[in-house]
Write a protein that binds this ligand. Structure first.
Ligand code: HEM
Length: 378
């Protein structure tokens, strides 16, 4: 998508798309402006789909503010940072069996299972329900295989069914945790309180499902997009092994350069103007955050990957009121996983003839599979 973004930033940065009846925004400053104005640009949008509708990502102030404050009490940076040793353990469990091989699919073997396991443990899903949980996660991130009516219908049926199963499952867990609290996120959500306000069972369930939908595929893509870049520019592998202190900046640069989320959208609540264009109440706006992240006016040599880029105020996690709540978790998983991968597998490269297939989605950016050939570290 990047050549298209560049062309649009230069020629038509605020564009009406007749086909989708929506405005496309490509420039950094325009996108920050709409994300910072949730009153004019509403997140209550018809396109959120059954998975996200009803969760905080689809709410506006003041309700959004209220709910976000309460869930933040349970989903704290401290609770996240405490996961570090366990994340390292999970990464080692995934990496170890690969050390006797010379080729893997990094996504299937590492970057897909990791966030699913971490979220399941954080929520307190017992090990015997892991497979169930993984199957649900698969359905949530799936797109229709093609656009035939049959496929689209069966896709929506499957999604609806999964949504129902998730609702039932989490409702049961929430009820159980109210009776017998444990050391897990769901128990903390049950007790989280701001000014005497608690979450209802239904709100907790919505939030749990949002974590699955918003956190898994995005983190998978962050890790696999990073390894993809380290293979495209192989000197980065040795450089990051030699200078591990660069890793945090490298992760921010990956988030900017290969943003796992391409875009987010809003609905306009009153007539307004962006970049000299008149926008009408009711119009939809698509903010191409991956384009903002390549905007030359914000990032010098934006199309170059600079491992230690500073400053790096990318929009990969959004901006303003809806700024990604899971950013500390995504960053932590990458910060733990990438050094272990780099130290376990040397000379990573694509097997001859590899052609990467992009995920068929307008909103997420990554590849379907990432075949990697390597020398196991001795
Ligand atoms: C919101 C990106 C990982 C939970 C967002 C938004 C973006 C984003 C762009 C804002 C959407 C908007 O303004 O409409 C990402 C990326 C990730 C990632 C790129 C990984 C690299 C996670 C993880 C979790 C998570 C791991 C949780 C486990 C959320 C939640 C929101 C959100 C709850 C909604 C916040 C709100 O509406 O107030 N994310 N995300 N995300 N993300 Fe993430």
């Amino acid at each position: 998508p990047f050549p298209w973004f560049e062309k649009m930033r230069k020629t038509s940065p605020v564009t009406y798309d007749e086909h989708r009846s929506s405005w496309d925004l490509f420039r950094y400053d325009d996108i920050v402006a709409i994300l910072k104005d949730p009153v004019t640009f509403s997140s209550v949008r018809p396109t959120a789909g059954p998975v996200l509708l009803g969760s905080i990502i689809g709410m506006d102030p003041p309700k959004h503010h209220q709910m976000r404050n309460i869930v933040s009490k349970a989903f704290t940076p401290k609770a996240i940072s405490e996961l570090e040793p366990r994340i390292a353990e999970v990464v080692h469990e995934l990496v170890n069996p690969l050390k006797t091989k010379q080729q893997m699919d990094l996504i299937h073997d590492i970057s897909y299972p990791l966030p699913v396991i971490v979220i399941a443990e954080l929520l307190g899903v017992p090990p015997e329900d892991r497979q169930l949980f993984k199957d649900w996660s698969d359905v949530i991130v799936k797109m229709p295989e093609d656009s035939t009516e049959n496929e689209v219908q069966s896709f929506f049926r499957e999604r609806q069914k999964t949504r129902q199963e998730l609702d039932d499952y989490f409702m049961k867990v929430v009820t159980e945790r109210r009776k017998n609290p444990r050391e897990d996120l769901i128990s903390r959500l049950v007790h989280a309180e701001v000014d005497g306000q608690h979450l209802t069972d239904h709100e907790i369930m919505e939030f749990c499902i949002l974590l699955l939908a918003a956190g898994n595929e995005t983190t998978t893509n962050l890790i696999s997009n990073a390894i993809r870049k380290f293979i495209e520019e192989p000197h980065l592998q040795e450089q990051l092994r030699q200078q591990p202190e660069l890793m945090e900046k490298a992760i921010e640069e990956i988030l900017r350069y290969y943003s796992p989320v391409l875009a987010t959208n809003r609905v306009v609540t009153k007539d307004t103007e962006i970049g000299g264009k008149q926008i009408k109440k009711g119009d939809q706006v698509i903010a191409w955050i991956a384009s903002a992240n390549r905007d030359e006016n914000k990032f010098p040599v934006a199309d170059q990957f600079k491992v230690d880029r500073t400053p790096n105020q990318h929009l990969a996690f959004g901006n303003g009121a809806h700024f990604c709540l899971g950013a500390p978790l995504a960053r932590l998983e990458a910060r733990v996983a990438l050094p272990i991968i780099l130290s376990s597998f040397h000379n990573m490269e694509f097997p001859e003839g590899t052609e990467l297939t992009p995920i068929p989605s307008t909103f997420v950016y990554g590849v379907k599979a990432l075949p990697v050939q390597y020398n196991p570290a001795t």
